[in-house]
Design a protein around this ligand. Structure first.
Ligand SMILES: Cc1ncc(COP(=O)(O)O)c(C=O)c1O
Length: 378
């Protein structure tokens, strides 16, 4: 397979180990194993740690342990653990699904801009990919009429992502049902990347239901990376009809074989404390959104944004005479702050910001960026 470079990942790896203030981060502030253990009742902590320390580290069940799949399944109405394949992050779930569902020449409709995998892998397979654009002209909203114009009787797959990376857009329940009905009407599947599930804006809108609950044309992809702050565990999943799970599992034999055994066990601990983790996340999101809103207002002569409707991400529009890659490199190398270049999402004069960082680091990052903008205004 020949595939184009993942523009954002290439850029992130240039700076992420060297900056003090990463406010481009796409997930919530990572948790430590100690934080997870601290959610356990005090009298159970030692036993929980002991269980992890004494876990035999042989190969794990290829589809993910029954216990973990049961816990994931319980977060969806009427989903059986056998409809779930635990994968090496959402990235592997998406990759397997594209390769199982698609052949060269197939027509795919994919959200754009997007986490680049969502359209680059179908392209690399040789599909004809139409882009369903979330645009500033449309105030970063999904446009259902535009989707209707792209879907044809030849469409095999519609790829959506809600809440959306990088704009924070969302599909309402009504809109998601329309996407599903459109796919069903032409016999296509819908892959909904739900990596930002559970990351609601405090006091904000409700999320649409997971697409796998709408019927057999819907496949949901989830992860513990973003909502649980555990991206280092590399653990995600898909929820799909059993024949698709079987095919993805068979392909997975050639890729990663099975989830890491310790990762599966730690994910079980995280699911056990999901409600507390969501509460902790809401505090972080609220603090950072307030700080970001105040910061944008202070720099209204050059900055504007639409705060995320869901998830953690949004695009900042800036009015400075500098392309976004140059500006993002300058911010990282001279001011030690990371804001991702809009050009890696196809949008010039934008920077992507994430509101999941530690609030003190986030605030310091905003201040550092403000210094950079002040020097450029002169
Ligand atoms: C929309 C989206 N899908 C999938 C992923 C991959 O997540 P994971 O860490 O679970 O592989 C990301 C990571 O940034 C993402 O933003």
């Amino acid at each position: 397979m020949k595939i184009e470079d993942f523009a954002l990942e290439r850029w992130l790896t240039r700076h992420e180990l060297y900056v003090k203030y990463d406010i481009a981060e796409s997930g919530i502030l990572p948790l430590k194993l100690n934080d997870l253990l601290a959610f356990e009742p005090a009298e159970d902590r030692a036993a929980s740690l002991e269980r992890l320390l004494n876990l035999p580290l042989g190969y794990s069940e290829a589809v993910g342990t029954r216990e973990l799949r049961g816990m994931i399944a319980a977060t969806y109405p009427n989903v059986d653990p056998d409809n779930i394949l635990v994968t090496t992050g959402a990235i592997e779930a998406n990759f397997l699904l594209f390769n199982v569902l698609l052949d060269a020449g197939d027509h795919v409709v994919a959200t754009y801009p997007a986490y680049q995998q969502l359209y680059s892998v179908p392209r690399a397979i040789g599909c004809n990919v139409s882009l369903w654009k979330v645009t500033p002209e449309n105030d970063f909203c999904y446009d259902l009429k535009a989707l209707q114009a792209l879907v044809t009787p030849k469409t095999r797959l519609i790829v959506v992502n809600t809440p959306h990376n990088p704009t924070g857009a969302m599909l309402s329940e009504h809109e998601l049902r329309q996407v599903y009905a459109l796919a069903e009407s032409v016999g296509a599947m819908v892959l909904c990347d739900e990596a930002y599930r559970w990351l609601a804006i405090p006091g904000g809108e409700n999320f649409a239901p997971p697409i796998c609950t709408l019927g057999k044309h819907g496949i949901s992809v989830g992860t513990i990376s973003k909502p649980f702050g555990l991206p280092g565990l590399r653990l995600g999943w898909m929820v799909a009809p059993k024949d698709i799970i079987a095919k993805c599992w068979a392909m997975r034999d050639y890729v990663s074989l099975s989830p890491g055994k310790l990762n599966d066990a730690i994910a079980i601990l995280a699911f056990k404390h999901r409600e507390k983790i969501i509460e902790r996340n809401a505090t972080i999101i609220r603090a950072n959104l307030d700080a970001a809103n105040a910061w944008v207002a202070q720099q209204a002569d050059i900055l504007a944004w639409k705060p995320p409707r869901g998830g953690l991400l949004a695009l900042l529009k800036y009015q400075l005479d500098m392309p976004s890659l140059e500006l993002a490199d300058k911010l990282a190398t001279e001011y030690s702050v990371m804001l991702a270049p809009g050009s890696s999402f196809g949008y010039e004069n934008y920077l992507r910001i994430g509101v999941g960082q530690n609030p003190a680091v986030f605030k310091a990052g905003l201040d550092a960026a403000a210094q950079c903008f002040a020097s450029l205004r002169k």
